[in-house]
Design a protein around this ligand. Sequence first.
Ligand SMILES: NC(=O)C1=CN([C@@H]2O[C@H](COP(=O)(O)OP(=O)(O)OC[C@H]3O[C@@H](n4cnc5c(N)ncnc54)[C@H](O)[C@@H]3O)[C@@H](O)[C@H]2O)[C@H](O)CC1
Ligand SMILES: [K+]
Length: 524
Amino acid sequence: MKVVSGQVMQLMDRRAIGEFGVPGLELMERAGRGCADVIEEAFGEGEARRAVIVAGKGNNGGDGFVISRLLAERGWEAPVLLLAAPEAVAGDAAANLARLDPATVQSMPQGLAGAEVLLQGATVIVDALLGTGMNSEVTGVYAEAIDLINAAGAPVVSVDIPSGVDAATGKVLGRAVRADITVTFALAKLGNVLYPGAELCGRLVVAEIGMPDAVVAEAEGAHYVDLACAAGLFRPRSVTAHKGSGGHCLIVAGSTGKTGAAAMAANSAQRAGAGLVTLAVPAALNPVLEQKTTEAMTIPVGPERAGYLRAGSLTEIVAAAAIRDVVALGPGIGTAPSTVYLVHSLLAALDKPLVLDADGLNAVALEPELLLTRKDRITVLTPHPGEMARLVGCTVPEVEADRIGCARAFAVTYGVHLILKGARSIIAAPDGSIAINGSGNPGMATGGMGDVLTGVVAAFLSQGYHPFAACQLGAFVHGHAADFLAEPMGTQGMSASDVQEMLPVALASLAASRTTATNHQQGE
Ligand SMILES: NC(=O)C1=CN([C@@H]2O[C@H](COP(=O)(O)OP(=O)(O)OC[C@H]3O[C@@H](n4cnc5c(N)ncnc54)[C@H](O)[C@@H]3O)[C@@H](O)[C@H]2O)[C@H](O)CC1
Ligand SMILES: [K+]
């Protein structure tokens, strides 16, 4: 599913109207009808149905006027509370305001004293205050209206996006409506899928409004990775598969006190479908990892008593990588100077696809230009916001203020693929393409989850997936497995090992979704 910013959607509107001759009034009519249909379906039972439409002065309010008219035609009582003087409403919105019985419209441009009465007994409140045209922090009468809607206690349907949520970032500008359902138009907006906007949307419905296909296809946007999208990218194992065709991962990981990270990355690669997994670990830790992993083979690296990886092991690791399909470097390796030096040398020396995580990233952050030595080779970075901040040389709040911009700039500058972790992980490609992962839950906010993701991404790369697909699938499958767990166990106390063990179920669900989609296409 493609998602766009509010600005891009406004350009799309203009193209549809200007280049393709679709009347703006027709777009507004279909937008209003899409909402009215959803409202009728969700709340249309019963006798006295009352929808109170709280409308702003722009086209979002215009959609609200259409909703009022259509619901009234279907027997609803549908009064409008307009936060502007009627004369301040212009264009298509004004045309639709003129079609309403003036007695149904109460204009309160100055303040909302006494307006609670209007909302009393509402079956549903329709939030048509602000949409893609919102351009500043919400204050004054609009802020009052948002508070009123949120306090009213009736279900809320937001038109296009909950008012107060920035359509480009999902951030709340001052305050925002909390909706039960949001009906958005043509394509979902970034603010509908990024937090906190995503949560404020409630159930998201994308209504078709007759946007020309070419306008949709040519719109600049991001991929939203949901089950259907991930299933489309996924290639189930062939019936003639053998362990050699599944891909062979080399995981370079571990230091004293951090053997779990190494074990989880290796075990997760196996659980995510890699044919073979080999774990290269500091020699002193080999006996522990022989115990902690069963299917993975281990290579003890460096001097017998070495509890961390050292620069002198470069040749040994490069030789091990030569006969594997992908290398994952970083889980639990620590920050000893010799380990950092090794990471720096490996960047240039390894010609296999490389996944860098954890202390591998921290080593790179000391000299990110070294990534340029991997030009024309596949490199995937999986930073959390703290690691991203170190890579860029900025603060975590600066990363969080513009997750997409930050991930994209780094991926383009250094020619890497990157998964910026967090609620709605951002996947950025060297050509500037962006995907947003739709799976996962707060249960994943515990240690070790990143090590699992590293193993999963490595498993997909080892099977020959394009790195952008491997990153999308890796992030989605990781979160999807956790979503299966959250069903019975909730989101507190979930462990990374739990997620690791659930990975095959997540993969099976992708395979099943593909089968269902194919059957639908064949009309079965
Ligand atoms: N294809 C579609 O998606 C269609 C969308 N439609 C709807 O139109 C709105 C966008 O309409 P627009 O008039 O551009 O903007 P808004 O209604 O969101 O509001 C703009 C209005 O409000 C003022 N304003 C901006 N920020 C604030 C603020 N913080 N507080 C108060 N006032 C603010 C601004 O100056 C403008 O005057 C889209 O979301 C859809 O709902 C169409 O129906 C056609 C199809
Ligand atoms: K709205």
